[in-house]
Design a protein around this ligand. Structure first.
Ligand code: FES
Ligand code: FES
Length: 151
């Protein structure tokens, strides 16, 4: 077992983890933050996307020990003082979700993308989302939501 200290949504969390423990299971099972979903476990779908120091990463490809000493943001940490993050609000207003399974990962991928590219073209948005799959194929409204959030 290894001791890690990871700041998750602004709170420092210390825990013992197996060296092979994936970050996604640390978040879901040890911290109970089940907003981060597991869709494939093989780094294909993006439903496990979180922010690591503000950059989107697939948390099924990161070991918990690799996040030691770092800041993680999950979907649970995006709203502030009960106010949805602008990207969350845009997904809500533009119906950027159907079953919602891909949504936390889509929103976090969009937050990270817009931080780097605040005025993206539709093509750039579609390109940025290539690593995030929506099994409901709701891409059209997801792209519209991200365009609205950028505005
Ligand atoms: S569960 Fe991580 S990419 Fe699919
Ligand atoms: S809304 Fe169902 S998987 Fe994307």
């Amino acid at each position: 077992m290894r001791r890690v200290a990871i700041t998750v949504n602004g709170t420092r969390r210390e825990a013992e983890v197996e060296p092979r423990q994936l970050l996604v299971y640390f978040l879901r099972e040890q911290l109970g933050l089940t907003g981060t979903n597991v869709g494939c476990d093989t780094s294909s779908c993006g439903s496990c996307t979180v922010l690591l120091e503000g950059e989107s990463v697939k948390s099924c490809t990161v070991l918990a020990v690799q996040a030691d000493g770092h800041d993680i943001t999950t979907i649970e940490g995006l709203a502030t003082d009960g106010e949805l993050h602008p990207v969350q609000r845009a997904f809500h207003e533009h119906h950027g979700l159907q079953c919602g399974y891909c949504t936390p990962g889509m929103v976090l991928a969009a937050v990270s993308f817009l931080a780097e590219n605040p005025k993206p073209s539709e093509e750039q948005i579609r390109h940025a989302l290539e690593g995030n799959l929506c099994r409901c194929t709701g891409y059209h409204n997801i792209v519209k939501a991200i365009q609205a959030a950028a505005e």
